[in-house]
Design a binder for this molecule. Structure first.
Ligand code: EPU
Length: 417
C-alpha cells in the first residue's frame, strides 16, 4: 500500500487542468450495455474506479479499447449478465449495470452492495423502480436477480433523491415500452450528462435537470461519441487547496455553472473566484472566515465536498457548523483531523468546528475518497509533515492529485507504507 507524504506550508500558484468527471463517466460506461455497437467516450479520467467498471464490463463480454482519454466500448458480444460480489464490493457504482442489463438483455444478476464507510447506502429505490416497470426482482444468496421480457413505462416517485437510482431507471426506461415519469429525480450535472448522452443515442427524454424526468421508451438506441464533463468535485477540491494555502490558482477545463453552491460558500469564506479567460481564477484569503454549510442534493452544497470544506474551516477565524444530511456516517475524517490538532465536535448530523491559527502535521489514515482528499488539503496547510496512509482511496477518484499539486508548488510525494 502507498501513503502520501506532505510537507505543509507552501502556497499553491499556477494553472491546473481538471479531469473528466468520475461520476459522469461511470454511468456512461454502463450505458454502453444499451447498444450493440461501439460507443466512444472522450475525456475519460485515469482512475481506479474507471478501471474497475471496465473490468466488470469486460467480464460480461463487453469489448473495450483504451482505459482513459478516449475509450471505446462495444457490448455486441455480451455473454454474461452478472456483476459479482467481488466487483460490487470494490465499487458500489457497479449497480449501474442493473437497469441497462434488464432493459436491453432482459436479465441481470447483480450482487447487493453491503454497507459502506459513509453510510448504509441501500439500493431499495432502484429495485422498487424496476419492479414498478414490471421486472421480476428477487433477492437470492446476496444477489439481486431481475428479469423482464420488456420493461413497461411507469410512474415512479423517489422517496429520497438518488443519483445512481435516477441514472439506473433513466437507462432502463429508455428502452421500455411506453412512458416512464420519474418524480423527485436527482438533478446533479452527472444525471443531466447521462440524459444528454442517452438523447444522442436516440432516447426520448424530457426534463433532465429538473425533478420530473419523462422518458418515452424506444425500440433501439444507436452508438454515440461523447465527451465527458469536467469533474466539479475535483474542481472544488483544488479551490479549497488554493484557499487553504493563500494560493493563486487558475483552473482550466472548469465548469463554474456546476459549482454555484460551492463557489458561493468559498466566496463567503473570503475566497475570490471568478472566470478569467479560458479558466477560473481562485485566490485564497489571508484570513479565512467561518461559514456554516449544509449538504443537500444538487443544486445544494454537495456531500462530496463536505470533508474538504471542513479542512478549510479548521483554519477559519471562528466557529462554523457543518451539517451532513445526505449520508449518515460521513464524518470519518473528523477523528483524523483532530490528530492534526483540529478542534471539531460532532453532535448528531452537525460538526462544530472551532477554527484555529494552525494545524500540525501528523500521520493520519484515509477512510474513503473525499475524506482522503480533505486530509491531503489539511496537510498542505499544516505545520510540518503529514503522512496520509491508505491512499488507494484517493486514486479511486482523483487523477494524479499528487502530480497536479506538485506542479502548483506543493511538497508532496508517495512512498510505500
Ligand atoms: N438511498 C436510499 N435508497 C436508495 C438509494 C439511495 O436510501 O435506493 C439513500 C442513500 O443511502 C443516501 C441518499 O439516498 O443516504 C443519497 O444517495 P445516492 O443514491 O444519491 O448516492 P449514490 O448514487 O450511491 C452518488 C455518487 C456519490 C455521491 C452521492 C450523493 C456516483 C457513482 N456516486 O452516489 O459519490 O456522494 O451520489 O451525491 O455517482 C464520491 O464520488 O465520493 C461519491 C460517494
Amino acid at each position: 500500500m502507498e501513503k502520501m507524504i506532505i510537507q505543509g506550508g507552501y502556497r499553491l500558484v499556477g494553472e491546473v487542468s481538471l479531469s473528466g468527471a468520475k461520476n459522469a463517466a461511470l454511468p456512461l460506461f454502463a450505458a454502453s450495455l444499451l447498444v450493440e455497437d461501439w460507443i466512444t467516450l472522450r475525456n475519460v479520467p485515469a482512475l481506479a474506479d474507471i478501471r474497475t467498471i471496465s473490468r466488470l464490463l469486460r467480464m460480461m463480454g463487453v469489448k473495450t479499447e483504451g482505459e482513459s482519454g478516449t475509450v471505446r466500448l462495444s457490448a455486441s458480444g455480451l455473454h454474461s449478465f452478472e456483476a459479482p460480489y467481488s466487483m460490487v464490493k470494490t465499487m458500489r457504482a457497479s449497480v449501474l449495470v442493473l437497469g441497462p442489463l434488464v432493459a436491453k438483455w432482459k436479465q441481470a444478476r447483480v450482487s447487493l452492495p453491503g454497507g459502506c464507510a459513509i453510510g448504509a447506502r441501500p439500493i431499495n429505490l432502484h429495485l422498487k423502480g424496476l419492479e414498478a416497470m414490471g421486472a421480476k426482482v428477487e433477492l437470492k444468496h446476496g444477489y439481486v436477480e431481475a428479469s423482464a421480457d420488456r420493461l413497461k413505462g411507469a410512474e415512479i416517485y423517489f422517496d429520497i433523491s438518488t443519483v445512481t437510482g435516477t441514472e439506473n431507471l433513466m437507462m432502463a426506461a429508455a428502452l421500455a415500452d411506453g412512458r416512464t415519469v420519474l418524480k423527485n429525480a436527482a438533478r446533479e450535472p452527472e444525471v443531466v450528462e447521462l440524459g444528454q448522452a442517452l438523447k444522442k443515442m436516440g432516447a426520448k427524454i424530457e426534463g433532465v435537470g429538473t425533478d420530473v424526468v419523462v422518458i418515452d421508451g424506444v425500440e433501439d438506441l444507436r452508438p454515440i461519441e461523447h465527451t465527458i464533463i469536467p469533474d466539479r468535485i475535483e474542481a472544488g477540491t483544488f479551490m479549497v487547496a488554493a484557499g487553504i494555502t493563500q494560493g493563486n490558482v487558475k483552473l482550466l477545463n472548469c465548469n463554474l455553472g456546476h459549482m454555484e453552491a460551492v463557489a458561493a460558500k468559498l466566496k463567503e469564506a473570503g475566497m475570490e473566484i471568478y472566470p478569467e479567460g479560458d479558466g477560473v481564477k481562485v485566490i485564497g484569503p489571508v484570513n479565512i472566515k467561518p461559514v456554516d454549510v449544509k449538504t443537500l442534493p444538487y443544486p445544494g452544497f454537495p456531500t462530496d465536498m463536505q470533508a474538504q470544506i471542513m479542512a478549510l474551516m479548521c483554519l477559519a477565524g471562528g466557529l462554523s457548523v457543518i451539517t451532513e444530511t445526505v449520508f449518515e456516517n460521513r464524518f470519518m475524517h473528523v477523528s483524523e483531523m483532530r490528530r492534526m490538532g483540529a478542534d471539531i465536535r460532532i453532535e448528531g448530523k452537525n460538526a462544530i468546528v472551532q477554527g484555529l491559527a494552525h494545524l500540525t502535521g501528523a500521520p493520519v489514515m484515509a477512510t474513503d475518497l473525499r475524506a482522503s482528499a480533505s486530509l491531503v488539503l489539511a496537510g498542505l496547510a499544516a505545520e510540518g509533515t503529514t503522512e496520509v496512509s491508505r491512499i488507494y482511496h484517493l486514486d479511486r477518484g482523483y487523477e494524479k492529485l499528487d502530480q497536479k499539486l506538485t506542479k502548483l508548488g506543493a511538497k508532496i510525494r508517495r512512498a510505500q507504507e
